[in-house]
Design a protein. Sequence first.
Length: 374
Amino acid sequence: MGWTFNTKDPNARTAGPLITGVACALTFISLVTVCLRTYVRAAMVKAFGIDDFIIVVTWICAAGFAIVSIAQTRWGLGLYHINDLPEENIHNFGLLQYMGAPFYITSILGFKITLLVSYLRFIPKGLYRRTTIGVIVACVLFHLSFLLVQINLCQPASKQWDRTITDGSCLPGVPFYTAMASITIVFDVIVMLLPFPMLLKLQMKTRKKIVLLGLFGLGLFITIIQIIRIQTVKRLSNYIDSAPLILWSAVENNLGITVANVPTLAPLVKYYNERSRYGSRGRSGRTGYTVDVESRHTMQTWKSGRTPMSRVSRLSRVLESRSVHEVANAGSFETRAVSRANDSTESIMGNSDRANDSPPPGIVKKVEVLVTRS
């Protein structure tokens, strides 16, 4: 028995295994990044917000699209020749394709909204913030209209998978998909480039600024994928021509999820970097903990606007003015603060025109607190 059900030739050429492998691999990679993001936001910084919940739902939709696409390959998706597609497979083939559309549209909307909501963490009140909110509303409305038209492409809707229905009508698919893909590219570019003006204004080291810009710039690959998808849409002429479109759709939504997650993993990278730096102390019987109060983007909850590490911040201010050495019955604890002159002032969204007695809206100092126990 070949890969496709009901084929007369069990050796009929099909890209079904390729689509299955790509969908499984990319869905697993995006799952790993979602799990790491959830761990960082919920366990490490304790600031699990709306955008984190959205990205979890987005991955579920992407996984649903992968499952439907894999099932569709068993009913003919990926066959190289239309003559190899059995007539009895067309019903299930079309029904699965109809089911996959909502999963795909929701997943590409989800990672865009996740990025846009996360931008609100560091964008101050004003025109730029209102613009971001406007982009969120426009993005939701466009993808909602995309979904509504997609599921009602034919009247009645069942005409999309039931060939026995002879009455009714369908919109031309190629012009519709081309138009939607083109508008999607516009939103991809807007979403990925929106934070660049604010990031360029951040007062931080050039190296860190380049890294941040590079992380958000990864999203431009999604735009390239959309351009490739448009080329596959133009070649649609029969059922099996949708195989490249489905393949690149799986690449697009999973890559979008991964790009949305990568910037939030900075605390995890810092944690293991600090562990490697203080590893020798750990081997000598001393335990080191480093608390880095640096990033408002990763440490602040979207809803409350407060930093969950406020206690550490208060402790840091005390430690800057005096050293603390406490001895208890269970052992001695030594706490020391290290303040660096060169890189301790990274003004996030600061304003040089503010009055001297008015604190800037962002975090302006980096303090490392090392607690050791002998």
